[in-house]
Design a protein around this ligand. Sequence first.
Ligand SMILES: Nc1nc2c([nH]c(=O)n2[C@@H]2O[C@H](COP(=O)(O)OP(=O)(O)OP(=O)(O)O)[C@@H](O)[C@H]2O)c(=O)[nH]1
Ligand SMILES: [Mg+2]
Length: 319
Amino acid sequence: MDTRKIIPVVAGALMQADGHFMLGSRPAGKPYPGYWEFPGGKVEAGESPYQALVRELQEEMGITVTRATPWLRRVHHYEHASVELLFYRVWAWDGEPQPHEGQSFAWQEPGQLSVQPMLPANAPILRALQLPDVLHISCVHELGRDAVLEALAQRDDEPWVIVREPQLDREQLAALVGEISQIVHARGGKLIVNADPAWLKGWPVDGVQLNGTRLAALQERPAHFTWVGASCHSRAELERAAELELDYALLGHVLATASHPAQAPLGWDGLAALTAPAAPLPVFAIGGLSAANLDEARRCGAHGVAQMRAAWQPEPAST
Ligand SMILES: Nc1nc2c([nH]c(=O)n2[C@@H]2O[C@H](COP(=O)(O)OP(=O)(O)OP(=O)(O)O)[C@@H](O)[C@H]2O)c(=O)[nH]1
Ligand SMILES: [Mg+2]
């Protein structure tokens, strides 16, 4: 075990509306010069992490952060130091980024990095930026197959769909997944299935979603899937999912939902408490939510939201 002091660090991903984000190069004279990172630095004594973020981005790039939300937490042991990194996503700021320390800045597209090398601790963070804002969870057991397929066919984005239909046997699930795959993949989306990973061999899927029981039984991340998520309800489950290096967790339920009438919802405060100071892996808030709850979910430490019934119903007019 590493007994060295762990240095608290904050870093911010400046976000554009289309999902592009900014990296900066580390200046000469610091550890890992020339490596690309999210701008930020060490938290000073007496500062909150958020205050440190605002100060670092002011000092290093001359911008004033006006809106940022906690996103991911990660401990990494370098040869020069052990660090606990709190990553924020920065949604709004005043001023134009200026290299105050001789660095370079580059806007990057998720999954298509044009600069290198990256700081070693940041691989999972860069991968998290490929995740969408919203996951759509199938609801055939309530709304019927036709309603779900029709709603999907009408989408004009690249939807990430999780098929979760515990009432279906393996053969029925395979048939449904085949149909949904055609629509999702024609749109450039991703398809994840909540089932025994062993069932999914050879199926046209991009990932597997593990329920709590499967997560608890797992010794390592299931192989052969690009994306692996888990359904979590507690801090212990979140930590376990992060240890297994899974890609995301669904965390809920946040609001009262028809599918879990007997259990009390977490509420927004409960969600924030479970992720504070930042989640160990990307969290999608779930439970009675829709895309309209995205800002609130992010304020409470989530990466995004997972929507179930709302995914297949016409979107309410925005207010
Ligand atoms: N800023 C930043 N630091 C990161 C990231 N990822 C990561 O592992 N780190 C590590 O966290 C530490 C941050 O320190 P820093 O050198 O930026 O600190 P600083 O701005 O306060 O610099 P200073 O102490 O030279 O004034 C370094 O050990 C760095 O390697 C990242 O994305 N951004
Ligand atoms: Mg720095």
